[in-house]
Design a protein around this ligand. Sequence first.
Ligand SMILES: [Zn+2]
Length: 277
Amino acid sequence: MYVGIDIGATHTRVALAVVPNNIVQKKDFATTSFRETIARIVESIRLLAPEKIEAIGISSPAPLNKVQGTILNTPNLPNWKDKPLVDMLKQELHCPVYLEHDASAGALAEFLYGQKSANPLLYLTLSTGIGGGLIKEGQIYEGTNSIHLGHQVIDKKGPKCSCGKNGCLEAFVSGWAIEKKFGKPAQEIDDPAVWDEVGENLAVGINNSVMHYLPELIVLGGGLIQKGDLLLKPLQKHLEQYFCQDIPLPSIELARLGQDSSLIGALAIAWKKYNNK
Ligand SMILES: [Zn+2]
């Protein structure tokens, strides 16, 4: 049995599976303080999986210290900084525990269970924040840390971002940035002019990312893709406008695993690491 844990800013989900893309049981609860959430995770795992657990994979907001098994300075989980996340779960549950950036976990799941031939595959989550993951030759691309597509600067005089800089992609197209600028949650906005502006800014960010990573395929996930053509049509229009003529525009597809991408990714990481895949 493998366990996947997806830690989000508001919710934490725990899932149990024998093979990663076939979840047999799942639990969902509010993310609160570090100690309280760890206690809920341990309680849920003991309840869901009284038998032996081979390995646990965790998907978490970045940045992370994967060597120490800790979450660093993420604005969405301020009280979790440097807490011994991996060590505490190892002590309580006596099995290997692997920590991964949530967008990388989502990218891996979309690659393994959706788009297995794409190389490289670039995955963007368009949600409360903006995240990204790159799968190259079937593996999560590892630099000195996780890639941070949301914090690429697209306008140095742009609005303040959650990271403290000005003009990041996230400060223009994330759920929090849209709500801040237009006065209501993105899901409630249907004005095409708003989505044209969001689509244009997103096109600049995607254009930059493609110039760096040259992906064969871009997969878009996260809650904002539920806006459908209201966002996707202007995005496509502006991508064609901004794109370098010498490089073919990669295909853009929507995430096939929906809200479960990172959770299935966490299970896939546990399975892959445990089996040396
Ligand atoms: Zn930023």
